[in-house]
Structures are given as structure tokens and as C-alpha cells.
Design a protein around this ligand. Structure first.
Ligand code: SAM
Length: 279
């Protein structure tokens, strides 16, 4: 189904507007994340944050976000020589920059709906001398400007929340990937059995232009489009601790007031899914 262009335009406008924002403030290393973090040992994490300077606290939060990226990369597996990865919904390129440093021969193509983000990611890649190996463009991951079978790996970190019908994402990813390709999705997932799920979903949808989906859809839509689930991992506990840490900062993004209780109550779940494209 073709996604309503007005919906895509709203997402682009949201990310075009986030420039000197909270995520940028955290990224003293130039690797800007737009995703949750992971904190293990909540009490000690909160103690560290309370004792830190404002800059130190930002660094702790940022490091916990980098920890999420690094954990997710493990589920991509080691790329074969000559492998090409699609960063589907790449933000300002944070994950791609880390992956490019980890795997010096991996080619990466990132897409985002935001022209500003694509330009910022390109500038960051250029500053790191990554040249043609890592490229970013403004494009929709639901209608990719790449030929069939272009990718060995697909990474979608907190981008599928923006997709109204997940089948559209899994279908286009399956077209752009080669048979046997590996896909890792990290996502906020609705827990429909929770009495406050609908309320929190409405808040996130309004603040972030999302459509948060229940887990069933990550299983059903993926399978219908040829993706075989290898494993799923629940990261709700460590991300709830991360949001508790954000709520304790002197200044945050403003969304902590509902994101922290949404994950703490498990009305929202934080999940990693790893799939292989059926050969
Ligand atoms: C929450 S940010 C995550 C960015 C990045 N993956 C990260 O982890 O830092 C969501 C990203 O998904 C992108 N996005 C959402 N829908 C998209 C679509 N249909 N096509 C391409 N990018 C999309 C947005 O433009 C934005 O860059």
C-alpha cells in the first residue's frame, strides 16, 4: 500500500526541525543517536548520574545509547567481504558511522526522510574521511532508490515506529535485499494487554509522529514478506532504567515525563528482532 505522502512529510518536518536538539547536545563525539539507551543496574546508574556534572551526565546517557547500537550490531553478524548494508531510517548517521569504524570494508547506504539529516550525516561521514564507502540520501525506505538484491544486511533502529503498515517496510526491504540477507530491527513495541498502552501510544504518536505496533505485527508482517525470525530479544528493563536516568537530568527532551513510565510499566516494550530473508 502506498504510504500517504502527507504522513511522510510530517516525519521529514519533525527531523528537519531537530538540529541543536537534545540528541545533538549529548553527542560530544559527533555520533548523534536518535534512539534509546540501555542501562544495566538501575540504582548504580542513577547514582552515577546524580554525582556527575551536567556534561558528565550527558556523556553517561550518550554512552548508554552507544551501548544499544553496539549490542544491536552483534545480531547483524560479521559482514562478509564486499558486503553492503542498508541503514533504513538513518537519522544523522550515528549507527552507520559506528559500523563503518567497526568494519572498515563494509559499504553503507543510509536513507532518511529528512533532507537536513541526510546532509548532516554526509558531512559527518566526510569529516571522518569515509568517502564513497558510506553514503546517505534523502529517500523513503518504503520506496528505495536501489535495485533489487542490493543489500546483504539491513539495519532499522527505531525507524519502523514511523511506518503505518509494517508490511510495506518488510516488503521493500525484502526487494532491496538479496536472498539470505540479515535484517535487525530495534523498536518500541506496544503491549496491547496493558491497560495504559493506548494512552502512552497516543502520547508517543503525537510527540514523535509514530504508529507504535504490537509485537504480533513484527512477526506476522515480516513472515508474510519472506523474513524468517531468527531471534527476538527483550530490552525493556535496561531501557526503562535509561529513561529513568533521562528523567533525572536537569534538562532533557521534554518527553521523559511519559516515556519513562511507559517503559517502566511495560505498556511499551523495547525489542530487538533479527530476521533472515528466505532464500
Ligand atoms: C528515531 S530516528 C532513528 C534514527 C537512527 N536509526 C538512530 O537509531 O539514531 C527515526 C529515523 O527514521 C527515519 N524514517 C522514518 N520513516 C522513514 C521512511 N519511510 N523512510 C526513510 N526514513 C524514515 C527518520 O527520517 C529518522 O531518520
Amino acid at each position: 500500500m502506498k504510504t500517504d505522502p502527507r504522513w511522510l512529510a510530517r516525519i521529514a518536518a519533525l527531523y528537519d526541525s531537530k538540529r541543536r536538539d537534545f540528541n545533538w547536545r549529548l553527542a560530544a563525539d559527533g555520533v548523534i543517536h536518535h534512539h534509546n539507551g540501555l542501562a544495566y543496574g538501575k540504582a548504580a546508574f542513577l547514582r552515577r548520574l546524580r554525582r556527575a556534572s551536567p556534561e558528565g551526565a550527558d556523556r553517561i546517557i550518550h554512552d548508554s545509547e552507544t551501548a544499544l547500537s553496539r549490542l544491536g550490531f552483534r545480531y547483524l553478524g560479521r559482514p562478509a567481504p564486499g558486503a553492503v548494508l542498508l541503514d533504513a531510517g538513518c537519522g544523522r548517521g550515528g549507527s552507520s558511522l559506528l559500523l563503518a569504524a567497526k568494519y572498515p570494508r563494509l559499504a553503507i547506504r543510509g536513507v532518511t526522510l529528512s533532507a537536513y539529516q541526510a546532509a548532516a550525516a554526509r558531512a559527518a561521514a566526510k569529516a571522518r574521511g569515509l568517502g564513497a564507502r558510506v553514503r546517505f540520501s534523502r529517500a523513503s525506505m518504503l520506496d528505495l532508490p536501489f535495485k533489487k538484491g542490493s543489500f546483504d544486511l539491513v539495519w532499522a533502529c527505531e525507524s519502523t515506529e514511523h511506518v503505518p503498515d509494517l508490511r510495506d517496510f518488510f516488503r521493500e526491504a525484502a526487494r532491496a535485499a538479496r536472498p539470505g540477507a540479515r535484517l535487525v530491527v530495534i523498536a518500541w513495541v506496544l503491549n496491547p494487554a496493558h491497560p495504559r498502552a493506548a494512552g502512552f501510544a497516543a502520547l508517543t504518536d503525537r510527540a514523535y509522529v509514530t504508529r507504535v505496533h504490537p509485537e504480533e505485527e513484527y512477526l506476522r508482517a515480516a513472515s508474510a514478506e519472506g523474513w524468517r525470525l531468527r531471534l527476538k530479544k527483550d530490552l525493556t528493563g535496561p531501557t526503562a532504567a535509561y529513561w529513568a536516568g533521562r528523567a533525572a537530568l536537569k534538562s532533557g527532551s521534554g518527553t521523559e515525563a511519559f516515556m519513562a513510565p511507559a517503559f517502566a510499566s511495560r505498556a511499551l516494550l523495547y525489542r530487538l528482532y533479527s530476521y533472515d530473508l528466505v532464500e
